[in-house]
Design a protein around this ligand. Structure first.
Ligand SMILES: Cc1cc2nc3c(=O)[nH]c(=O)nc-3n(C[C@H](O)[C@H](O)[C@H](O)COP(=O)(O)OP(=O)(O)OC[C@H]3O[C@@H](n4cnc5c(N)ncnc54)[C@H](O)[C@@H]3O)c2cc1C
Length: 414
């Protein structure tokens, strides 16, 4: 058992990486464990799936992020069990680590809500591996449709009308509109449709009615077929069946239907709340588990008024920063403070030159080109690493001007 670190952070996403960075800068000895040797930028995964940007724009090696912070050790290792009472973890290679403080920031996994066939047949979009797998599958379907003009339609069905589903459906519909006619056999685009399905009556349910109407209008103009207020009863290899019995045929079903905490949380023995996440106290610690913090998408975090905060990059990042302060207080005899969230609002891209944004706690509403530019600026600022920003910017500019894909998928779908 290695107990030479003051703090163990499990998960190097928005929350864990920020916590480790802040602690490292304060001189705390930190061990950061992540199953991957890179941080992935989830907000742009849909663009990877739609071949709008390459993988190297949305990933950054964790070791490179910490190259100047010597007292943070980064190890690529999947944590297979957590002993929260002893603040200890075991990794897949059998190594064990224990520290005075344990930070759990393992993010989320898709929630299929027990929908029959969804786990087997749908493509989730929560990791780089998911995005490249989806991209390869779409490319294979298009290649097949290109080879066999008499083949069935090459429709894609996106389940989930939140920001991820809307952004994915918008990007795929743009490809059908602009890229297929340019690169594939004439007439192929007419055989490719994008469907968006959700059980709630409006897309972007968390946004204002004005933003919802704007998004609905833009998606419809792009050719997306909306099936709102319709619950998916089953996902099959050849499409979905809605709960009312309607069948929507499709070659690919993308799952953007929801999130839950992963298996590692379930098996940790920590009490789980909504979405399988751990209900944390206002100071981000876990009740009855001294020295254990849970952050980001793995936690149910509340704001000062007691409202549950959404699973967003900004919540994860700010919780990481705040936890680092409280952990520093723990280690130096200070007093932990309740988390104060600075609400920056939210935004979603709906397609070329079109987005919706509701900024700040007062929800300043923007739609159209101004929201589009804000979306680009915010995502560019959030992307980790200079090279990643340059690559994303170049791909966006190139795609905007030339309507050409930025990424070629090497490999075959499984
Ligand atoms: C498709 C998509 C689009 C999104 N778009 C936006 C957006 O536009 N704006 C926004 O604010 N938010 C967006 N989000 C949400 C945002 O990305 C998340 O809220 C944020 O990434 C959560 O950060 P986190 O650190 O909690 O988890 P993550 O960023 O998911 O990081 C978790 C880390 O833990 C690691 N890990 C997991 N299990 C283990 C284990 N057992 N052992 C070791 N390591 C492990 C993972 O490899 C990962 O690196 C989006 C999310 C998705 C999926």
């Amino acid at each position: 058992m290695d107990d030479s670190y003051q703090v163990i952070v499990v998960g190097g996403g928005f929350a864990g990486k920020t916590a480790a960075e802040e602690l490292g800068r304060k001189g705390v000895r930190v061990l950061l464990l992540d199953a991957n040797n890179y941080q992935q930028f989830q907000p742009l995964l849909y663009q990877v799936a739609a071949s709008q940007i390459g993988v190297s724009a949305v990933t950054r090696p964790l070791r490179s992020e910490f190259r100047k912070i010597n007292n943070v050790r980064v190890l690529t290792a999947e944590v297979t069990s957590i002993d929260a009472a002893n603040r200890a973890v075991t990794t897949a290679d059998g190594s064990s680590y224990r520290a005075r403080i344990l930070v759990i920031a393992t993010g989320a996994v898709p929630n299929f809500f027990n929908t029959p066939g969804a786990e087997e047949n749908a493509y989730p979009l929560y990791s780089v591996a998911d995005a490249t797998r989806l991209s390869a599958a779409i490319t294979a379907v298009l290649d097949e449709a290109d080879r066999e003009p008499a083949a069935a339609e090459a429709d894609v069905i996106v389940v989930g009308g939140g920001p991820t589903g809307v952004e994915t459906a918008g990007a795929l519909a743009e490809n059908v509109k602009y890229i297929l006619p340019k690169y594939f056999t004439p007439g192929l685009a007419a055989r490719c449709h994008v469907h968006l399905v959700d059980m709630v009556p409006n897309v972007l349910a968390a946004f204002s009615e004005k933003s919802q109407a704007y998004a609905r209008d833009r998606l419809t103009k792009l050719g997306v077929q909306l099936h709102m207020g319709q619950a998916v009863g089953e996902v099959r290899p050849d499409g979905v069946t809605l709960k009312d019995g309607t069948v929507i045929p499709g070659r690919i079903v993308v799952w953007a239907g929801g999130l839950q905490a992963g298996r590692i949380i379930t098996e940790s023995g920590l009490k789980q709340g909504r979405g399988g996440r751990v209900d944390v106290q206002p100071d981000l610690t876990v009740p009855d588990f001294e020295g254990v913090y849970v952050l980001g998408d793995s936690a149910n975090i509340t704001d000062a008024a007691g409202n549950k905060l959404p699973q967003l990059g900004s919540v994860a990042q700010q919780s990481g920063k705040w936890a680092a302060r409280n952990i520093h207080a723990d280690l130096t005899g200070g007093v932990r403070q309740p988390f104060r969230y600075v609400d920056k609002g939210y935004m979603a891209m709906v397609g070329r030159g079109a987005a919706v944004a509701e900024l700040g706690p007062r929800r300043l509403q923007l739609q159209g080109p101004l929201a589009f530019v804000s979306w680009l600026a915010v995502h560019l600022a959030l992307l980790p690493g200079f090279q990643q920003k340059v690559r994303a910017l170049f791909s966006w500019a190139n795609g905007y001007v030339t309507h050409s894909p930025a990424q070629v998928v090497v490999g075959r779908p499984d």
